[in-house]
Write a protein that binds this ligand. Structure first.
Ligand SMILES: Nc1ncnc2c1ncn2[C@@H]1O[C@H](COP(=O)(O)OP(=O)(O)OP(=O)(O)O)[C@@H](O)[C@H]1O
Ligand SMILES: [Mg+2]
Length: 250
């Protein structure tokens, strides 16, 4: 068995009287690609916000790569190796695709580019690698604001990769995409997992995507874990079927 890259224990988060996550415990093995599902308001995005430090937790613990990162600041968590993709706010719409990726690589390297230094050569090579991996080489000169929805998502993924993460959090990576864009994006996600051994946790409403791209699925409902298991176990689970039919589990 692989070591765990992420161990979450008894995570609680309340907004007023509402439990967004409740006694949420969760494990992700290193190199695993896993999905969090659940109806609207189940607590999926809140879980990601807690993992990446965007919201403080009320109680509970988050251990990442053997380190307690509970309630650390977002940029500390990003530096530790958790990147979050598909936040449109990361994109500078007036900059080109290339400039966006280059500035994300630079910001990770913590310095400005100098045309002749070795670090800059490495930075440029890395920028090119990310462009090519995310199928954006031909779009490099286009201002990000002019990209199609699908290409914007690819750029968001590219920006997350520029942080050299060990764990990628993808919140609804295919939302708003056409069938073709969905296929393309998810095959890129699979490649990052299989070829580059990135651990990946994603949320998704499209059950076809979930069942064909996750090794393990965890269902959240009202902030609580209802079931976690292999796709075939989750598909058969009665509570899962009831929740998706809109009834309340026991
Ligand atoms: N910043 C916030 N302030 C107050 N309530 C919040 C906040 N963020 C989330 N909530 C509430 O917490 C609950 C969980 O929301 P969350 O966004 O995590 O759900 P979700 O599973 O991501 O839903 P969706 O599938 O619609 O994206 C909801 O009831 C939501 O209204
Ligand atoms: Mg959400």
């Amino acid at each position: 068995m692989s070591p765990n890259i992420l161990e979450v224990c008894g995570l609680n988060k309340r907004f007023g009287g509402l439990w967004a996550t409740r006694d949420l415990s969760f494990i992700l093995e290193e190199g695993e690609q896993s999905a969090i599902i659940g109806p609207n308001g189940a607590g999926k995005s809140t879980f990601f916000n807690l993992l990446s430090g965007y919201h403080p937790v009320d109680s509970g613990k988050i251990i990442f790569n053997g380190r307690d990162i509970t309630n650390q600041l977002p940029h500390h968590i990003a530096r530790a190796g958790i990147s979050r993709a598909f936040q449109v706010s990361n994109i500078f719409s007036k900059l080109t695709v290339l400039e966006n990726i280059r500035s994300a690589v630079q910001s990770r390297m913590g310095r400005t580019f100098d045309l002749f230094s070795k670090a800059d050569r490495i930075g440029r090579e890395e920028t090119e690698r990310i462009l090519s991996l995310c199928l954006l080489t031909s779009k490099r000169k286009i201002p990000a604001g002019e990209l199609s929805q699908g290409d914007k998502k690819k750029l968001e993924l590219a920006l997350a990769l520029a942080g050299k993460p060990k764990l990628l959090l993808l919140d609804e990576p295919t939302a708003g995409m056409s069938l073709e864009e969905t296929r393309e994006t998810m095959s890129l996600v699979d490649r990052l997992n299989q070829e580059f051994h990135l651990s990946i946790l994603f949320t998704e409403h499209d059950m076809n995507v979930v069942f064909s791209h996750a090794y393990r699925i965890t269902l959240l409902h009202r902030g609580e874990v209802i079931v976690t298991g292999r796709p075939e176990e989750v598909r058969r689970n009665e509570k899962v079927q009831r929740i998706y039919l809109g009834e309340r589990p026991e």
